[in-house]
Each structure stands twice: as structure tokens, then as C-alpha cells.
Design a protein around this ligand. Structure first.
Ligand SMILES: Nc1nc2c(ncn2[C@@H]2O[C@H](COP(=O)(O)OP(=O)(O)OP(=O)(O)O)[C@@H](O)[C@H]2O)c(=O)[nH]1
Ligand SMILES: [Mg+2]
Length: 227
């Protein structure tokens, strides 16, 4: 699969026909790496140090490498939920971005929640961050995107014994994920192997997800189920 032509762009320049995909998760989960790998270009900064890297919400537009329907994909790189000392700082940044999305009447097609398979414990469970994100979305764009994939990262090329530990952990994650009260959201767990093919397999799966309702548009009815 060849590299997709890509560029950064402000919300104001996003075409309303794009598939907007928000990439979220804890700091260092591999969000920027996922997007760079998908577009085949180091368009976003990735650091190998201990400090959180992505501090601002950044959009990267690219063409779908298989050109399914000519609609472009816009990946949204976000600061990790734990990248600031105060959660309110992340809240402010994400809400400010969501408000711009809302004012342009754009829709967010889906969410990729990245999670390191190497994490031994769910010390900061995805549901906690997704619940926060849902609250922020409802406050800013009056609803929550209808499709979410939990993407496991950092599989690497470890010894086979390590891989089987990860496989078992993925099964545990699947049980955890299946047990979540998911507010009418279609969801799935997938593995990212740090290849362009693997990134797009995840994007295509997200695109194929149906839930019987139209994509979320600002002003549409908010999901009323509570957790
Ligand atoms: N082995 C492996 N390393 C990865 C993978 N994804 C990311 N990395 C490495 O993990 C580190 C952090 O990756 P980033 O892409 O910066 O993570 P991030 O979620 O964007 O981090 P913040 O911007 O700080 O929130 C870098 O050293 C990457 O090279 C992966 O799937 N496998
Ligand atoms: Mg980053």
C-alpha cells in the first residue's frame, strides 16, 4: 500500500465530506505514530523521551489509499488525556477544538482509542477517558460519535512468550470492552502492527461500522442512555 498524500490543515479548511477520525488515548500510546504510519509520512512530531509530546489538537488530511469513494480522511491528533497535570487543561483544548467543529457544522465519524498492549494493568481505564470525552462532546457538539475502536499498540517483535502474554491480555481487554455500557456506540477491539496496511485496516473497519443512525452532526439529538 503506497503512502497517502497528506497535509496538516486547520478546522476551518476541513471539507464537510471528509471522514473525521479522532485519535485519542493516554500520552505515549502511539497516537501520532499511528497517524504518521497511516499517511506514510512523519508529518507529526513523535518523541522518544519521557515527556508528553503532542500538546495541541492537529488535523491531518489525506486521501484514502484505496480511493473507495473519493472522500478524504482527516485524522485528528490529540494531546494524551494525562499529558497535562490538570485534566481541565486537556478539557479546555479539546472543547475549544470541538466548538470549532461545531461552528463549521462538521461531523466526527469515529474515534480510535489507542491503548498500549504492554501496559500490565488498566491503571487508567479507557472507559474513564471515554466517559469524560463523551461529556465534553455533549457539552460542545451535543452528542458523541457513534463508532469507537479500541486500538492496541506496541505489539513489537518481542519473543513468542511475550506475544502470548499480549494475546492473553487482548482477550482480557476484549472481555472488559464487551462488558462496557456503550451508549448506542458500535465498538470493536483491533491490533495495530505499526504498518500502513494495519492502520488502514483499522480505518476501513471503522468506516464499515454501521449503527442504523446517521453520523453525528452538531445539533443532532444527544444520546440519552446513561452509564
Ligand atoms: N514498538 C512500538 N512503538 C511505538 C508504537 N507506537 C508508538 N511507538 C513509540 O512510542 C513512543 C511514543 O509514540 P507517540 O506516537 O509519540 O505517542 P503519542 O500517543 O502521540 O504520545 P503523546 O503525543 O505524548 O501523547 C515513540 O517512541 C514511538 O516510536 C507501536 O505501535 N509499536
Ligand atoms: Mg503525540
Amino acid at each position: 500500500m503506497g503512502a497517502a498524500i497528506s497535509r496538516r490543515l486547520p478546522v476551518e479548511s476541513i471539507d464537510e465530506n471528509c471522514y473525521i477520525i479522532a485519535v485519542v488515548g493516554q500520552t505515549g500510546a502511539g497516537k501520532s505514530t499511528f497517524i504518521n504510519t497511516a499517511v506514510g509520512n512523519n508529518i507529526l512530531a513523535v518523541s522518544h523521551g519521557l515527556k508528553p509530546d503532542t500538546r495541541q489538537v492537529t488535523c491531518v488530511e489525506c486521501y484514502d489509499p484505496e480511493s473507495h469513494d473519493g472522500r478524504k480522511v482527516v485524522f485528528v491528533d490529540t494531546p494524551g488525556f494525562d499529558s497535562e497535570k490538570e485534566e481541565s487543561v486537556i478539557e479546555k483544548k479539546l472543547k475549544s477544538w470541538l466548538r470549532k467543529v461545531s461552528s463549521k457544522k462538521l461531523k466526527i465519524f469515529g474515534i480510535l482509542y489507542l491503548h498500549r498492549i504492554t501496559d500490565h494493568k488498566l491503571s487508567s481505564p479507557p472507559i474513564r477517558h471515554l466517559t469524560l470525552l463523551r461529556t465534553w462532546c455533549e457539552e460542545s457538539i451535543k452528542g458523541f460519535p457513534k463508532r469507537v475502536i479500541l486500538v492496541t499498540t506496541m505489539w513489537g517483535k518481542g519473543k513468542s512468550a511475550q506475544q502470548s502474554v499480549y494475546e492473553k491480555r487482548k482477550e482480557e481487554l476484549q472481555k472488559y470492552w464487551d462488558g462496557l455500557p456503550f451508549w448506542s456506540v458500535v465498538s470493536e477491539i483491533m491490533r495495530f502492527d505499526k504498518t500502513t496496511e494495519s492502520a488502514w485496516k483499522i480505518v476501513f473497519t471503522l468506516r464499515r461500522m454501521e449503527n442504523g443512525t446517521d453520523d453525528l452532526r452538531p445539533g443532532s439529538e444527544a444520546i440519552s442512555n446513561s452509564i
